[in-house]
Design a protein around this ligand. Structure first.
Ligand code: 3PG
Ligand code: MG
Length: 399
């Protein structure tokens, strides 16, 4: 891989130079208050930003937040993120109230050496996510005008062929930031020659989101443990009734086919926690998977499943985990996710947690982050990396 790194850029000297950093500051926000509920992605770019500040660069940070539709939308403003980033850096962050407009131009022009600016949400501009090369290119031109060099530290967005990820590096000298390098280094261990047994735990709600990664992983893993909302489509494929649980009907045949080809590598839940409704205070019980009542829905895996999955994890030498086992945000349905997370920390294995949700679950459950080998900031990005897909953001750095 011929990717230049932040250290290469620092060695050239960046004092007084404008360095445009693409970060993934797409943090979860509280639906009611708009407060940042997990600042992990902000903390993850501090090593890169700190090094640039220390070296006296003018640091211009850009990011997306959520999925606004190409126009300003206050609920997706990066304003609160600028505040938090400033607290973590210990210095004010100059916030531009637009991305490439008058405020951005003035903010960048006024920046002193060693200061940090944050531009407003990239996705307030249609050019950022446009499928049209020319439209993306025009927006990339405007962004690139703010920098003398470009650093990609937005690992969570490297799978997006977006202007700030794919087109800007074609216009500026470009390097990979510390976070992107670390993520690629860790994930390449999993795609290379992982120490065995290699056990993967997948959860989350949709089989259709995970299908490609399941296909790609089946030949390489020793065991694939499936929980979360997506397990019900697999259980259905085994001929079981799943009540009103999440079910992707059009994926049942695909799941059956995967199970047939899996050579016994796939482990499914043997018991689940079923509830009357999708609500934190819903009445609930644990039942065997062959006894799910027709009017109830599964919201977590049960204790026997946790025990079985934990036994498989205790043998592992390499573990990758993506996706919660249940609705961990509701305490009544958090035990499965907690149990699996704890089993991973106890295993004598190199463990990687992939994904926004699983990483947030680790922190929300109060688990010690340092007891995992690596917590990826990328959900979709880490899965696409493991699938062996070309990631536009990485490819752009290679050129
Ligand atoms: C993520 O949260 O997975 C990344 O920030 C990418 O966001 P996106 O899925 O909206 O492109
Ligand atoms: Mg995503």
């Amino acid at each position: 891989m011929s990717i230049r790194t932040l250290d290469d850029l620092l060695a050239e000297g960046v004092s007084g130079r404008r360095v445009l950093v693409r970060a993934d500051l797409n943090v979860p926000l509280d639906k009611q208050t708009g407060a940042i509920t997990d600042d992990g992605r902000i903390r993850a770019v501090l090593p890169t930003l700190g090094a640039l500040v220390e070296a006296g660069a003018k640091v211009i940070v850009c990011s997306h937040l959520g999925r606004p539709k190409g126009a300003p939308d206050p609920q997706f403003s990066l304003g609160p993120v600028a505040g938090r980033l400033g607290e973590l850096l210990g210095a004010p962050v100059h916030f531009a109230t637009d991305t490439v407009g008058e405020s951005a131009r003035a903010t960048v022009a006024d920046l002193a050496d060693g200061q940090v600016a944050l531009l407003e949400n990239l996705r307030f501009n249609a050019g950022e996510t446009s499928k049209d090369e020319a439209e993306r290119g025009a927006f990339a031109d405007q962004l690139a005008a703010f920098g003398d060099a470009y650093v990609d530290d937005a690992f969570g967005a490297v799978h997006r062929k977006h202007a700030s990820v794919f087109d800007v590096p074609a216009r500026l000298p470009h390097v990979a930031g510390r976070l992107v390098l670390r993520e690629v280094e860790v994930l390449s261990k999993l795609t290379g020659a992982p120490e065995r047994p290699y056990v993967v735990v997948l959860g989350g709600s949709k089989v259709s989101d995970k299908l490609a990664v399941i296909e790609a992983l089946l030949p390489t893993v020793d065991r694939l443990l499936i929980g979360g909302g997506m397990c019900f489509t697999f259980l259905k494929a085994q001929g079981l009734e799943v009540g009103t649980s999440l079910l992707e009907k059009d994926m049942v045949d695909t799941c059956r086919n995967l199970l047939e080809r899996a050579d016994g590598k796939i482990m499914l839940p043997v018991d689940v926690v079923v509830a009357d409704a999708f609500a934190p205070d819903a009445a609930h019980d644990t039942v065997r998977v062959d006894g799910i009542p027709s009017h109830r829905l599964g919201l977590d895996v049960g204790p026997e499943t946790v025990a079985g999955f934990s036994a498989a994890l205790s043998q592992a030498k390499t573990i990758f985990w993506n996706g919660p086992m249940g609705v961990f945000e509701m305490p009544a349905f958090a035990a499965g996710t907690r149990g699996i997370a704890e089993a991973i920390t106890k295993a004598d294995a190199f463990s990687v947690v992939g994904g926004g949700d699983s990483a947030a679950a680790v922190r929300a459950l109060g688990l010690d982050e340092s007891s995992f080998g690596h917590i990826s900031t990328g959900g979709g990005a880490s899965l696409e990396y493991l699938e062996g897909k070309t990631l536009p953001g990485i490819a752009a750095l290679e050129n």
